[in-house]
Design a protein around this ligand. Structure first.
Ligand SMILES: NC(=O)C1=CN([C@@H]2O[C@H](COP(=O)(O)OP(=O)(O)OC[C@H]3O[C@@H](n4cnc5c(N)ncnc54)[C@H](OP(=O)(O)O)[C@@H]3O)[C@@H](O)[C@H]2O)C=CC1
Ligand SMILES: CC(=O)N[C@@H](CCC(=O)OP(=O)(O)O)C(=O)O
Length: 346
């Protein structure tokens, strides 16, 4: 079976990464590639890393250019997906990399995005309990944000097995491609190179409700999340350091056996999550360009907290790879198709 796929937002970082992965996907034929201000230019000009597609011309993003495909990936600014998706055939699989359909609570959407909530689609994080059942056969997928992917996979087994109290503290560093390609003053080379700085501090980042939604769902109770993102001087990668207070029944002696057992069982059959051997810690360098998530856990006995660390490539598992993985599940294809597990380090 070959599916015909269109990519909207093909001139952006997420769209470029989707195309990089799809060119090695044996079940896919690439149809329309669309853009906005770059329409009319070739991919060779705009995404020079995509040698195999260099001759392809970017079309204007519209329902008419996207119709007639089996799958449409939307890699557009927030708020652009809902109206476009509504104009596509109901049988087309629409995979939205934006935030429009991730949140379940309209009040969360209004508070963090400031517009009317468009709705909720099946959430494209196959590793979450029950997610594959929701994704199989669906024609609409909401791809998670990059931080929520890294953080949820670092923490969720601890909530599913009630190892920790329903509050989590997270500090995560992201490379600059997380902010997209558009020019932003805080992202000028001279501001970013050789410096690290936080943003969205004090509960202001829009991924806070998405992480809380994921953890609350697996915990079966409301989980409060304190999330601080920081910007790191690198193009790709997220390192998430997450902690939560251990529940009284968990050993506080610093041994990680019980915790490692829980994480080992959760991830034993996951093709893209690698619980590292004891003593080895996640590194963004090791997952670059791959769909792998590295995870490690430790018990901080003195502080009575569980520390969970994860590393992802924000553009691969954090966006495009997660999107292709969910497409594979939805279409009933082998989940690993088109998805590298080896990174490109050093
Ligand atoms: N970067 C990341 O790590 C992640 C991104 N995402 C999400 O993926 C989506 C794309 O992000 P990213 O690739 O980083 O962003 P970019 O800014 O790199 O790309 C945005 C894309 O959208 C197009 N575009 C811009 N304005 C419009 C418009 N008014 N109408 C139609 N198309 C438009 C751009 O076209 P042109 O350049 O031709 O104007 C470009 O192709 C966003 O929703 C983002 O939140 C999700 C997870 C992680
Ligand atoms: C470094 C940086 O700026 N990162 C982005 C996260 C990008 C992401 O995951 O995307 P969504 O916009 O799809 O939610 C940010 O913090 O806004």
């Amino acid at each position: 079976m070959t599916v015909r796929v269109a990519v909207a937002g093909a001139s952006g970082y997420a769209g470029g990464e989707i195309l990089r992965l799809l060119t090695s996907h044996p079940g896919v034929e690439i149809g329309a590639v669309t853009a906005h201000s770059s329409a009319g230019r070739t991919l060779g000009e705009v995404q020079p890393q995509l040698a195999a597609l260099a001759h392809r011309v970017l079309e204007e993003t519209s329902a008419s250019t996207l119709r007639g495909h089996d799958v449409v990936f939307l890699a557009l600014p927030h708020g652009r997906s809902a109206s476009l998706a509504a104009e596509l055939e109901p049988g087309t699989l629409v995979v939205d990399c934006g935030a429009d359909f991730r949140l379940r609570e309209p009040a969360d959407w209004q508070r963090f995005y400031g517009t009317e909530h468009a709705g909720t689609w099946p959430y494209g994080l196959p590793e979450l309990p029950g997610a594959r059942d929701e994704l199989r056969g669906t024609t609409r997928i909401a791809v998670p944000g990059c931080y929520p992917t890294a953080i949820t996979l670092a923490l969720y087994p601890a909530y599913a097995e009630r190892l920790v109290e329903p509050e989590a503290v997270i500090v995560a560093s992201s490379g600059t491609s997380g902010a997209g390609r558009a020019l932003k003053p805080r992202l000028l080379g001279s501001e970013v190179m050789g410096a690290m700085s936080p943003y969205g501090v004090g509960g202001g980042h829009r991924h806070t409700p998405e992480v809380a939604q994921n953890l609350s769902r697996v915990a079966n109770e409301r989980v409060t999340v304190s999330f601080t993102p920081t910007l790191a001087p690198m193009p790709r990668g997220i390192l998430a350091t997450c902690s939560a207070r251990l529940r009284p029944h968990v050993a506080f002696d610093g041994r990680t056996d019980e915790v490692r057992e829980v994480f080992g069982a959760a991830y034993a059959d996951e093709p893209f999550v690698r619980l590292l051997p004891d003593g080895q810690w996640p590194s963004t360098g090791a997952v670059l360009g791959s769909n792998t998530v590295q995870v490690q856990v430790a018990v901080d006995a003195a502080a009575r907290r569980l520390i969970c660390v994860s590393a992802v490539d924000n553009l691969t598992k954090g966006t495009a790879g997660g999107a292709v993985q969910s497409m594979n599940v939805a279409l009933g294809l082998p989940e690993r198709l088109g998805l590298p597990t080896n990174g490109v380090a050093p």
